[in-house]
Each structure stands twice: as structure tokens, then as C-alpha cells.
Design a binder for this molecule. Structure first.
Ligand SMILES: CC(C)(COP(=O)(O)OP(=O)(O)OC[C@H]1O[C@@H](n2cnc3c(N)ncnc32)[C@H](O)[C@@H]1OP(=O)(O)O)[C@@H](O)C(=O)NCCC(=O)NCCS
Length: 366
């Protein structure tokens, strides 16, 4: 048998062609179709960028209104989903609840190939699942979606029970736009693998949610806030971080498989977070921890080019708009479902089952 080249972690392996995004890790650039993601985050909204990714272009005013209406019309959860969510014990984490809630949205008519109607319906309902669960945990009555509000504002409204401040909506919108899409990351790959078997959209997205949940992927932002809390003071930053690295542990919110320079999403979100948190001692401490972390990573891993990643400032933005740590990663899923579903549609349009190989290292029978 011919020897295969093993690519542990699929490092540098190209598995698809995509029109959706370019992640340039050497130069720290991120493009969604033919737009800089950074500019989209500053000048556009969640729905406009979702339209770009799903339909291939930024919407006209008429197209935007049509998409907003479709999203609004699909936000409410079916009764059987609410009833099932009610049964989940309180100590089950929010990502598992989201994965289960999404799974329950499967419908008999949702066969191959996936459609944009299914994609919009799912994207509209994911924020409602998160907000419904949070209300149940807090012992408050879950709020029905507010059709006067757009996607991001409605999400904040359902979570916090009041019409959100426009600055908070803007900041969260920027975060959600910057995390909608990011090339062939682990969760997107998981979604495409499932789609490649001609399984349904819901199965692809539940697989992606499972992948995103891991602390090496989307589970990092809540670990960032936990790290800052444990560090507590500026004086404690260096000894705390040094002790971690001495034990061979990883610093959360740093490093990336593709970016070998600053993550452009971190750069953009740092600005967003600092605008909201100018007088917040937490943010002052966080930026100090970032600087010490970068210094120590350069000392301990001099050849690895470890920089601040998106999760570090994602945590700062979500905290600044008043979200609880427990819903940081579910909020990431609420945005990334746009990219996952765009990839599923792209996979379906030009499908071949994804089926790599493994080298057998066991013993052959006699
Ligand atoms: C994102 C991440 C999983 C990428 O991993 P990767 O490309 O597979 O990198 P590797 O696991 O091969 O690590 C390469 C080296 O850098 C080190 N490294 C990578 N990220 C590190 C971090 N955050 N802290 C300390 N060391 C780190 C590894 O220990 C390894 O060192 P070694 O070769 O001396 O053993 C990794 O950087 C990480 O675990 N970061 C922390 C979690 C995080 O913030 N995730 C969010 C990503 S957006």
C-alpha cells in the first residue's frame, strides 16, 4: 500500500474552494466575499452581512427589508421546542441546550438539499432558544421576540428585558458581524462534513455547535473572563500568567492556527470594547493582562508567533453590553450560524462526500 502523508490537525490542508471568505493569516486580513470584514462591521448590520454571505451581495433597501421581515416572521419557537427545553436540568450548559434546541427544529420536509428558507428560519430562532433558556434559569417569564426590533437589538431585548441602548446594539452587531464567517475553521468543517453526506441542515448545524463548544475553538471567551477574574490585580498578572506557562498550560484568548500576526477581528473589537469600557477597571486590567500575556508568550514560545485572538476582545465586548459569561459561546453560535449555513449551501451546490483516510498503526491478524 502506498504511504500517505499524514496531516495531523489537517494543518495547511485545503479541502474546499469557497467564495465566502479569505483568512490571510500571514498578513492578518479577513475578507467576506469582496469586502473587508472590518469595514462591514463598521458600516453595515447583521442582516446586511448575512445577505452578503447567503445571497452573494449586499442587499438593496428592498432586499434588506424582505430579509428582515423573513427573520422576524421566524423567530418564535414551536411549542414542542419550548416544552422540551423546559425539561432540561438547570446544570446542563447553555451550548448543550442550544444544540438540543436546534436539533428539535428538524422537520420532515427538511430533506436534501438545504434551502435558504430553512437557513433563515434557523438563524431567526437560535437567539430565541438562548434567551428562552436564560429566562428559565433566572426564573423569569421568557419574553416573546419584539418585531419592532432588528436581529441584534431583539436578541439583547430578549436577554435583558428592556429595549437596549443603541451603543450596545451597535457594539454587539460589530461582534456578530466579525464572527459570522471565518473560512474552514473546525465547526464550519464539521458542518460541511455532515452536509457532504447529504444529511439535512439541522444535522450539520448541531455538529457545528458541538465543535464550537470546545475551549480550543469557541469556548475561549468565558475562559478569558475567568482568567481576568482569577488574576484580579495588575500586580498579579505576570506571576499568574508565568505560572500557567511554567506548567505548560495555554493562555486563553491567545494564539491561532491560521493567524501568525494580530487577528484583525481582535484589532477591530479592541476599539469597540474600549469605546464602551473607557472607565471600566475590568477593561483596564484586561488590556494589561493582554500586554503581559504577549510579552510572556514571546518569551516562552519565541518561534510560535502567538498573538491576541478574537476571543480576548469578544469577551470584553460581550461583558460590556451586559451579557453573562454563560452565553458568550452561544452568542458566538448565534452569529456563526450565518457562515455555517452559507458553507452548507456552498457544499450542497458542488458536493462530494468528505472522506479522508487514516493510517492503520495496529497489529495485522496472523
Ligand atoms: C487556537 C489554538 C487551538 C491553535 O492551536 P494550534 O494551531 O494547533 O497550535 P498548536 O496547538 O500546534 O500550538 C503550537 C505551540 O504554541 C503553543 N501555544 C499555542 N497557543 C497557545 C496559548 N494560547 N498559550 C500558550 N501556548 C500556546 C502550544 O503549546 C505549542 O507549543 P509547543 O510547540 O512548544 O508544544 C491555540 O492557539 C490555543 O489553544 N489557544 C488558546 C485557546 C483560544 O484562545 N482559542 C480561541 C481561538 S480563536
Amino acid at each position: 500500500m502506498a504511504e500517505n502523508i499524514i496531516a495531523i490537525g489537517l494543518d495547511n490542508v485545503v479541502v474546499a474552494e469557497t467564495d465566502l471568505s479569505l483568512v490571510d493569516g500571514q498578513n492578518g486580513l479577513l475578507v467576506y466575499r469582496n469586502h473587508w470584514a472590518r469595514d462591514l462591521a463598521i458600516h453595515h448590520t447583521f442582516e446586511e452581512v448575512a445577505h452578503l454571505l447567503w445571497y452573494g451581495e449586499l442587499p438593496t433597501e428592498q432586499q434588506l427589508n424582505a430579509l428582515k421581515e423573513k427573520l422576524k416572521a421566524n423567530r418564535t419557537l414551536p411549542a414542542h421546542v419550548k416544552a422540551a427545553l423546559d425539561q432540561i436540568p438547570a446544570d446542563v450548559d447553555m451550548m448543550s441546550v442550544l444544540r438540543t434546541g436546534v436539533s428539535l427544529l428538524a422537520e420532515p420536509t427538511h430533506a436534501w438539499p438545504p434551502t435558504l428558507e430553512q437557513v433563515i428560519s434557523l438563524t431567526a430562532k437560535m437567539p430565541t432558544i438562548v434567551a428562552y433558556r436564560q429566562a428559565c434559569l433566572q426564573g423569569t417569564e421568557p419574553l416573546e421576540p419584539n418585531s419592532a426590533l432588528d436581529h441584534t437589538a431583539n436578541y439583547l431585548y430578549m436577554l435583558k428585558g428592556e429595549i437596549p441602548h443603541p451603543a450596545h446594539v451597535r457594539a454587539l452587531d460589530a461582534y456578530l458581524i466579525l464572527t459570522q464567517e471565518h473560512g474552514m475553521n473546525a465547526s464550519t468543517f464539521a458542518a460541511r462534513v455532515v452536509a457532504s453526506t447529504r444529511s439535512d441542515l439541522i444535522s450539520s448545524i448541531t455538529a457545528a455547535i458541538g465543535a464550537l463548544k470546545g475551549p480550543l475553538h469557541g469556548g475561549a471567551p468565558s475562559e478569558v473572563t475567568e482568567m481576568i477574574e482569577q488574576i484580579g490585580t495588575k500586580e498579579n498578572a505576570e506571576p499568574w500568567l508565568r505560572a500557567k506557562l511554567e506548567k505548560g498550560e495555554r493562555l486563553m484568548g491567545f494564539g491561532h492556527r491560521v493567524y501568525k500576526t494580530i487577528d484583525p477581528r481582535a484589532t477591530a473589537l479592541r476599539v469597540v470594547a474600549s469605546e464602551l469600557s473607557a472607565d471600566d477597571p475590568w477593561f483596564d486590567l484586561a488590556t494589561h493582562v493582554e500586554q503581559v500575556g504577549l510579552k510572556l508568550l514571546a518569551e516562552y514560545k519565541p518561534n510560535r508567533k502567538l498573538n491576541t485572538n478574537v476571543e480576548f476582545f469578544a469577551a470584553a465586548v460581550m461583558r460590556a453590553v451586559g451579557l453573562d459569561d454563560a452565553i458568550f459561546t452561544p452568542t458566538f453560535a448565534v452569529s456563526r450560524v450565518v457562515g455555517w449555513s452559507a458553507h452548507v449551501l456552498e457544499q450542497a451546490a458542488n458536493n462530494r462526500i468528505i472522506r479522508p483516510q487514516s493510517n492503520y498503526t495496529g497489529v495485522m491478524p496472523e
